[in-house]
Design a protein. Sequence first.
Length: 186
Amino acid sequence: MKLPQDIYRVYKNATCLYTKEQVEQALDRLAQEIRYNLEDKNPVLLTVMVGGMIPAAHLLTRIDFPLELDYAHATRYQSGVEGKELIWKNEPSTKLKERTVLILDDILDGGLTLMAVKKYCEAQGTKQVQTAVLVDKQGTRLEGGLAKADYTGLTIEDYYVFGYGMDYYEYLRNAPGIYAVSTEDL
């Protein structure tokens, strides 16, 4: 268990990769792209919890067309910093058959979680499934993972990051920017 003093140290030692203003600009651009492609599709925006909650909230205030909102809780990290086996904690409750679904997550790294959620949606008989991520971590895809999101806000190198939904041992999701954890704190 990480104690608050440990978390303060991690935050202090981290490097800011994107400021709050830069993240907000990326969210503005994502909203425009999504609006252009989906505003006439009556989509279901499916947030991947818990990390996707914060980007989804920020994005929803920028999207001004009818849509339904739901969530899936699928995770590989289970409160740690290394991915493990995928665990489903909650499946969506909205009927997805014949619907256009936009899956929104905080980060695309290995791609296994997003691919699993996408396959789940397709198995429900969706008309179309698209994916959106706030951050695409380059060079980290795993075999069987989603190779590329349909919509990407920002890209980073292979750093462990926190902020805007991404966490460090379940902390720092609320950091006002995107930060790389120092190697000494991994």
